[in-house]
Design a protein around this ligand. Structure first.
Ligand code: RIB
Ligand code: CA
Length: 321
């Protein structure tokens, strides 16, 4: 039997500028087949994020990819409100307050958690789930289907092991939205690769690169450039020492395509859910000596190779649309 060269991928997104770039990266990767996007909350309300997903899929020439509604707030909360800092970084609409034509399509009736569970059953090792928002949908899938954790391959953007957080000294934004869900995922025994701030803040984009998309003279190129410039500008205020914006979510997709882009520490992790360090991602002392390590935490990244892949894949999507 000839082994299929393409891997199915589900993106679990709170779209968001870098989530939008993650969609573009996935669509620009011939190794991947994007079988669906599942909605979560964070940078924006879940509904806004799904509207962005549908509009971006249309713009980038993928109007058949379905979008599934997830859980719109943290598991221990009844609702969710977008933080002012998220509006500052991603814009009130999540896409840098840049015009994009709304899609005629609507999200599916099937919910995100069921779609993830069914897809893992159907594709097994030929599927990777990349989550770049809070882990609420993944934790719900683990709770709903006892076989999910044993069969799912998961890459997340979230957390920080050896660098400070971006919400406070120890908490990264995606984890901070729902620490209980992330802790459930981390301690479940599921195969998870954590792409945290340790590596994503080493992969930076500047106006020089976005100008290359603008120079394509296409609708998609102009949209991606203008949207990303809003995000770079926000980083000039929130993290001026970096000299660019963090490519958090696209790096997680890139690792799903090519794990050799990062070097990882094999370690069983947990998330602090109580006390002053709530939201901290750290080694789980109760499972530190387990011979089996189910998580990999990226601690090094081949920055040059990733940036080259990033530019060529996104440009390939933007140049024809
Ligand atoms: O901390 C960065 C993460 O938080 C990214 O996924 C960004 O999109 C936001 O969700
Ligand atoms: Ca995100």
């Amino acid at each position: 039997m000839v082994e299929s060269m393409t891997k199915n991928i589900i993106l679990d997104l709170d779209t968001g500028v870098d989530d939008a770039l993650a969609i573009a990266y996935a669509l620009g990767s011939p190794e991947l087949k994007l079988i669906g996007i599942t909605g979560t909350y964070g940078n924006v309300l879940m509904q806004t994020g799904m509207d962005n997903d549908l509009a971006i899929l249309d713009l980038l020439g993928a109007p058949d990819v379905p979008v599934f509604p997830g859980i719109p707030h943290a598991q221990e909360s009844d609702d969710f409100e977008v933080l002012e800092i998220s509006k500052f970084i991603h814009g009130k609409d999540g896409v840098g307050e840049v015009d994009i034509k709304a899609s005629d399509r609507k999200p599916e009736d099937t919910d995100a958690v069921d779609f993830m569970i069914e897809s893992v059953k159907k594709y097994g090792d030929d599927l990777v789930i990349v989550a770049t928002g809070p882990m609420t949908n993944l934790a719900a899938a683990i709770r709903k289907d006892p076989t999910f954790k044993d069969n799912a391959n998961i890459v997340i953007m979230g957390g920080a092991l050896v660098t400070p957080g971006n919400v406070n000294a120890w908490t990264e934004a995606n984890i901070s939205q729902d620490p209980e869900a992330a802790n459930e995922l981390f301690r479940s025994g599921a195969k998870v690769t954590m792409i945290g701030l340790d590596v994503t803040l080493q992969t930076l984009l500047t106006y020089k690169e976005t100008q290359q998309w603008r120079d394509l003279g296409t609708q998609a190129g102009t949209f991606l450039a203008d949207m990303t410039d809003f995000y770079i500008k926000a980083y000039e205020t929130t993290a001026p020492h970096l000299g660019g914006c963090g490519l958090h979510d696209p790096l997680a997709v890139a690792v799903a395509v090519d794990p050799s882009l990062v070097t990882c520490l094999d370690i069983n992790m947990k998330v602090d859910v109580e006390g002053p360090t709530r939201g901290r991602t750290i080694g789980d002392e109760t499972r530190l000596n387990d011979p089996e390590k189910t998580m990999k935490v990226a601690v090094g990244v081949d920055v040059d190779r990733f940036l080259k892949e990033f530019m060529s894949r996104i440009t390939s999507v933007a140049e024809s649309k």
